[in-house]
Design a protein around this ligand. Structure first.
Ligand code: EPZ
Length: 439
């Protein structure tokens, strides 16, 4: 297993470019199961979750090729199988997004029920209720979800849940309804940019989807879909992470390939605490965080509000701004495992219910810390950039699932991050100990 060894205290400067969106790529890749022709997705990031879904699509009869240009071409060759194996599903919850396309195109889908998750309770009951409303039968057999239907029929479906709508649930139901007989209306649909990207892609394949990006999506079923080409949108969560990297190091950097309108709320919040973010052209910004920053309160909610996927990174930032801040997460109210690790770096954060109460400190200290999930890993990397001395971040495989070459990008801006194996780190320690003994 790899770790990051980070030497903190180096300001950032220069230019960095945002990769394609992980969370837009995954449902789009899964949706290619709906057609027989060849599809090409441009700007797909090369990261572990994309490779896991590529492996799953291959098991489901697709030919998946990564082109040198960061495009992924996918073609369905064999439609016989509709089972997603446990070994792949356990590695990535987003594997559930093959359920809708398989059900619609192959008449059944069998996917291992995703297990526990480090960011809290993550049921998929709304997805399953939606499939039933389209006429499918849903059973749990030996730990697998099995959905079956000889012909899906359009219906009105409400996707609201206890914590708002569901992003992948909306993707699954859109992807199932495009081949259903008649019309479907999805109420309380998720409005995230990734939903708009999927709707546009389905339409490029010949579907009749409208209203995507609002809370009511209308879908007119069609008989078949063809392959299509699409450009994956820039990753708004990576973009926000890079903005926060500049903010936490009180630096000024340029960020390219960013869709600022996908981050309006985060940008407004950061402006409000003193980070100056100015647009240079439609996809380039300058972040200037060299002024004194102020504490604030934040609330993570579904789009267009502050995303839960930047809650951990913002918590790390606020832990370095003297004064009292409160960060609340209403999407995943238990997603606070990073707080205890940040406290090991001298942060002062108290979790209470769905909120983190932060007393900002003057200086974080380097420490050994453990990443618990993708965004928690990013928060720890950000904290390590400003901590004094050396930090070692363990279990960075979480980070590799969702960020394309984050350490390379940060190092190009002046950060000092080394990736090495746990084993090499241990050898280095033993070597240092020997030198000290013999001195
Ligand atoms: C997507 O997960 C993202 N994953 C997550 O990003 C993101 O945190 C999340 O949306 C929220 O924005 C991908 O796009 C691959 P949800 P998803 O269903 O769709 C509850 C990251 O770090 N709920 O919108 O699985 C659920 O428990 C990842 O990149 C139900 O109650 O999340 C949560 O409280 C992590 N029943 C809320 O809804 C359901 O059937 C929102 O979850 C489904 C969800």
């Amino acid at each position: 297993m790899d770790v990051f060894v980070v030497q903190g205290g180096h300001p950032l400067s220069g230019t960095v470019s945002v990769s394609g969106s992980k969370n837009a790529s995954l449902p789009m890749m899964a949706a290619t199961l709906l057609s027989k022709g060849k599809s090409t997705l441009n700007n797909v990031p090369d990261l572990v979750d994309v490779r896991t879904l590529s492996a799953l699509l291959r098991c489901l009869g697709c030919e998946v090729t990564r082109e040198p240009s960061s495009a992924l071409s996918i073609q369905v060759i064999d439609e016989e199988h509709s089972k997603a194996e446990y070994d792949l599903v356990r590695r990535m919850r987003a594997s559930v997004c093959v359920l809708g396309p398989l059900l619609a195109r192959r008449g059944s889908a069998r996917v291992s029920l995703p297990g526990g998750c480090n960011i809290g309770h993550r049921p998929i009951d709304i997805h399953l209720r939606g499939f039933e409303a389209l006429g499918a039968t849903v059973t749990i057999e030996k730990g697998d979800i099995v959905v079956r239907s000889s012909r899906l029929v359009g219906n009105e479906i409400d996707l609201n849940g206890p914590n708002g709508s569901t992003v992948l649930g909306t993707c699954n139901l859109m992807s199932a309804a495009v081949l259903a007989e008649g019309n479907t209306v999805l109420h309380s649909a998720a409005r995230e940019p990734e939903i708009i990207a999927l709707g546009d892609y389905l339409n490029a394949m010949g579907a009749q989807v409208s209203g995507h990006g609002t809370s009511t999506i209308q879908i007119e079923g069609v008989d078949e879909l063809h392959g299509a080409e699409a450009n994956v949108i820039p990753d708004r969560i990576e973009a926000a992470t890079l903005i926060i990297a500049a903010a936490i190091t009180r630096s000024s950097i340029q960020i390219k390939n960013i869709e600022t309108h996908h981050l309006n709320h985060v940008i407004q919040k950061l402006n409000g605490i003193g980070v100056v973010i100015s647009k240079q052209d439609h996809s380039t910004i300058i972040v200037d965080a060299t002024n004194r920053l102020l504490p604030t309160n934040l609330h993570a909610l579904p789009y267009p509000e502050t995303p839960t996927d930047v809650q951990a990174q913002l918590t790390a930032l606020l832990s370095t701004i003297p004064g009292e801040s409160v960060v609340r997460d209403s999407v995943f109210p238990d997603r606070f495992m990073h707080c205890a690790e940040l406290n090991r770096m001298n942060a002062s954060i108290r979790q209470q219910g769905d909120s983190a109460h932060i007393s900002g400190v003057q200086q974080l200290h380097g420490a050994h810390v453990m990443a618990s999930d993708l965004r928690a890993s990013a928060a720890l990397v950000l904290a390590a950039l400003v901590a004094n001395g050396e930090s070692v971040i363990h279990r960075i495989y979480h980070l590799d699932r969702g960020y394309e070459a984050l350490e390379t990008k940060l190092n190009s801006l002046g950060a000092q991050i080394i990736r090495c194996s746990e084993e090499r780190l241990l050898n280095r320690k033993n070597h240092e100990l020997q030198i000290r003994k013999s001195a």
